[in-house]
Design a protein around this ligand. Sequence first.
Ligand SMILES: *[C@@H]1O[C@H](CO)[C@@H](O)[C@H](O)[C@H]1NC(C)=O
Ligand SMILES: *[C@@H]1O[C@H](CO)[C@@H](O)[C@H](O)[C@H]1NC(C)=O
Ligand SMILES: *[C@@H]1O[C@H](CO)[C@@H](O)[C@H](O)[C@H]1NC(C)=O
Length: 367
Amino acid sequence: MKAMKILVFFFCCLSLRSALSSHSRYDAIFNLGDSHSDTGNYPRTDATAFLVIKSLPYGETFFRRPTGRCSNGRLIVDFIAEAFGLPYLPPYLAVAKGARVRTGVNFAVTGATAVDPSYFYAQKIGQQLWTNDSLSVQLGWFKNLKKSLCTTKQACDEHFKKSLFMIGEIGENDYMFSLLSGRSIKQLRAFVPLVVGAITRAISVLIEEGAVDLMVSGQLPVGCTSMFLTVFQSTNESAYDKRTGCLKAYNAFFKYHNNYLKQKLENLRQQYPHARIMYADYYGVAMSIYRSPKHYGFYGGTPRACCGGGGPHNFNTTAVCGQTGATPCKDPSAFADWDGIHFTESAYHHIAKGLISGGFTSPPLLS
Ligand SMILES: *[C@@H]1O[C@H](CO)[C@@H](O)[C@H](O)[C@H]1NC(C)=O
Ligand SMILES: *[C@@H]1O[C@H](CO)[C@@H](O)[C@H](O)[C@H]1NC(C)=O
Ligand SMILES: *[C@@H]1O[C@H](CO)[C@@H](O)[C@H](O)[C@H]1NC(C)=O
């Protein structure tokens, strides 16, 4: 039995290595996004919301110190860097001016929106925003950094041809801040073309700058998070999916965004036939965890945060993870939900595996 396990492990990892050493090997990764992929930019801005991530238990599991990641440990982007044998991406705001970081940089900022803040201010919900470092600001940072990486178009093309560009997850905050300000799901549907438009514009810019391989992620099933299950709870039983306990209408909305995005990616593929635009199905891979939590080593039953201040989903708006009244669970690896909105390292690891070699990226990341 033990020999069998070792053999299976041997073959799995051997095939992953040979797949990596062939065609799809990257010299660098550049990432844009929000808190699901921020590796430390947010605490380096002068933002004043959600500073709990600057202290333990954030970071308790792997790094053993808070790094600015919104989890107990590593994120999807960290596991993807590991898979390609690259160092963890340094946050852009920690990179010294003019430093030549050849293996990639992370531009993601916690709380970032896809659409520019001016839109939210015009809608009178600008006050809700945690940061102004939206997708277009992150693109500006990329252009700044580019100057230190390469100076001629040829040199840039050479470097970026061997780089993986990850866009997203981004857009969740656009919707979340709108919902928290009282917008209905119905109103939000009209907002989807704006959010997706911001994402597709960013993709075009990156391709014009020399990106060839791009991984664009869709939305997660946010209606399964402990935060949504608490804040948008319903007394109507039929609001919930029987199998998972997730909020059906919210999940249907995030799926709607994904379908809209996938259509637009198809247009981009026609517009830029030389580019390899991959769609990363965050929704599908996370849903497989919510459907069969025990299969992944998590507790079954209704989704519950590892770290929180009580209540049926262990999410309490007046005592969120990191604040007085909230405590972390003993074994985060038994939970998928970390703090009500972000995942634990274990869950991010499963999601990353699904994207890298589990068939949840299309066309596949490894081919
Ligand atoms: C974002 O910009 C607005 C308007 O310029 C400003 O009032 C606000 O303080 C900024 N927010 C953050 C978090 O920096
Ligand atoms: C519960 O929700 C269903 C479908 O969403 C709806 O048809 C029904 O009228 C609701 N029931 C109540 C009591 O609100
Ligand atoms: C939420 O947190 C507050 C402050 O710590 C506490 O008084 C309250 O009992 C908590 N609510 C639940 C449902 O645990």
